[in-house]
Write a protein that binds this ligand. Structure first.
Ligand code: UTP
Length: 471
């Protein structure tokens, strides 16, 4: 009882007393559930963070300047530096110093897929899931460097059970269960436009996952960081589940990160056009950061140099490297480094009589933390360029750009390039798929002595473009 009175008083004091408005109509179980949800919410901290968010939104825009970027050899970068970086990264991999984290707790609203996005069938012929393609690459890395890379999989309350069940059903895609660590991100409540907590039902608040930035606090809270450090891991490769082209734990990237003694690093691609919906990596005031595409002003977005090239061409692929000690520091001071961002959304709620309401227009704000907000906390960083065709083709939308169709097309194009670069002719109008647990890149094609498609029938599948299966 005392608990209830204290909690009620605390919420009332901060103008959130309405969350108890249906209390007397709730059954005992519903009351218990509401109480435990409310107890989890650190309301004073949340209100302070919201006030800080509003102050930040009202403050003067930041001053941008281009970030120093390690250019890829194709774009004028120095090949011998890349070679040296690659060797350094390979050393880290063979010492077992690298782990991988995937953030897979998102709601996949734009894709409209009913399950977790990682289960989405993406293999151009096999229809293997995003998770399985990624697991194949981890198997290949473990075989190549003689050390397994522990895989930390971040879920959220709605993706956790189906994700674990899927991994179990597929026997961890051939990986050792001891090297897969699931952890759940936290949830944040939603607010209406008047700043009041929203109710999803008379007995529960509306909540949503706390954004990909939540992975930094969840890595600490779940014990994943302790697990990594106990294994001797010092560097964590971070990627998002929706990019089937990701080059897992790319040695050259690891090498540049290590050479710079960086605490956090970014991989960038040239934007396809100035208005592309990609974050821009730049120096913001005095530190490295990512400006969201909605927040980049037009003067910066379209600015060109003397050669007519975009000044802010570097789009973020959301592929990062972190030192584990850095994550520990940022997560311990999350309110300082990982502010909330609010986005207006249509949030299912209830009316004054407690009846469900499905809004037709945005009616409130969901709150998120962004992983790249940790960049200014890093004393040293590295920014490394890659080619989009090589490792970036996210599945965001159901159709059009950044969709399953474009991702499958880009997978096929990249497999074709691996073959052609190795002097193996490929007929036109075919779909191609590699078993990436065996052959993951042109180096493997050469190292395995594949000279002809018939040499590799088990590992490389080829089918005519229009032979059934997925478009
Ligand atoms: P997006 O911001 O693209 O979100 O997340 P999404 O859930 O995939 O799709 P929409 O916006 O609902 O259409 C980029 C990556 O961050 C992860 C996603 O799973 C994806 O890998 N993410 C996002 C989380 O893990 N948790 C979150 O709270 C948000």
């Amino acid at each position: 009882m005392l608990h209830l009175q204290n909690l009620r008083a605390r919420f009332k004091e901060l103008d959130q007393g309405h969350v108890f408005r249906f209390w007397d109509l709730l059954g005992e179980v519903e009351q218990e559930a509401l109480l435990s949800q409310l107890k989890r919410i650190d309301l004073p901290a949340l209100m302070t963070a919201l006030a800080a968010m509003r102050a930040r939104e009202a403050s003067a825009p930041a001053r941008l300047s281009p970030a120093p970027i390690e250019r890829m050899p194709l774009a004028g970068g120095n090949s011998s530096r890349w070679q040296a970086a690659r060797q350094r990264g390979e050393q880290l991999l063979s010492e077992g110093r690298v782990a991988v984290v995937v953030v897979a707790g998102g709601q996949a609203t734009r894709l409209g897929y009913p399950g977790p996005k990682g289960l989405f069938p993406i293999g151009p012929i096999s229809e293997r899931s995003l998770f399985e393609l990624q697991a194949q690459k981890l198997r290949r890395l473990a075989a190549r460097y003689g050390r397994p890379l522990p895989w930390y999989v971040m879920t959220s309350p709605s993706t956790d059970a189906p994700t674990r069940a899927f991994f179990k059903q597929r026997n961890g895609f051939g990986l050792d269960a001891a090297d897969i660590f699931f952890f759940e991100q936290a949830m944040l409540p939603s607010f209406d436009f008047e700043g009041r907590l929203m109710l999803a039902t008379p007995g529960s608040l509306s909540e949503s996952p706390d954004g990909h930035g939540g992975c930094l606090t969840a890595l600490l809270a779940s014990g994943a960081l302790d697990d990594m450090e106990a294994r001797g891991v010092t560097t964590l490769f971070y990627y998002q589940v929706d990019n089937p082209l990701v080059r897992m734990a790319d040695p050259a990237y690891l090498g540049f990160h290590a050479e710079a003694s960086a605490e956090m690093s970014c991989k960038v691609v040239r934007k396809a056009e100035p208005a592309e919906k990609l974050g821009t990596v730049a120096r913001i005031d005095d530190s490295l950061g990512v400006v969201e595409y909605t927040e980049l002003d037009d003067a910066d977005r379209f600015e060109t140099d003397g050669d007519g090239e975009l000044v802010y061409w570097a789009g973020s692929t959301a592929i990062h490297l972190f030192e584990t000690a850095f994550i520990r520091r940022v997560a311990a001071e999350a309110d300082r480094w990982l502010p909330f961002h609010a986005s207006a959304k249509k949030i299912p709620t209830i009316d004054d009589e407690g009846r469900p309401v499905t809004p037709e227009a945005p009616n409130g704000h969901k709150l998120e933390r962004f992983v790249f907000d940790a960049l200014p906390a890093a004393e040293r960083t590295a920014v490394v360029e890659t080619a989009r065709a090589v490792e970036f083709s996210p599945v965001k939308n159901a159709h059009g750009s950044d969709s399953p169709q474009t991702a499958r097309r880009d997978l096929v194009t990249s497999f074709r390039t691996w073959l052609e670069e190795s002097g193996i002719p490929v007929p036109p109008d075919v779909r191609i798929e590699f078993d990436q647990s065996r052959v993951d890149g042109p180096d493997d094609v050469r190292a395995l002595g594949i000279r002809d498609l018939s040499d590799a029938a088990d590992w490389i599948r080829i089918e005519p473009e229009n032979s059934g299966a997925t478009p």
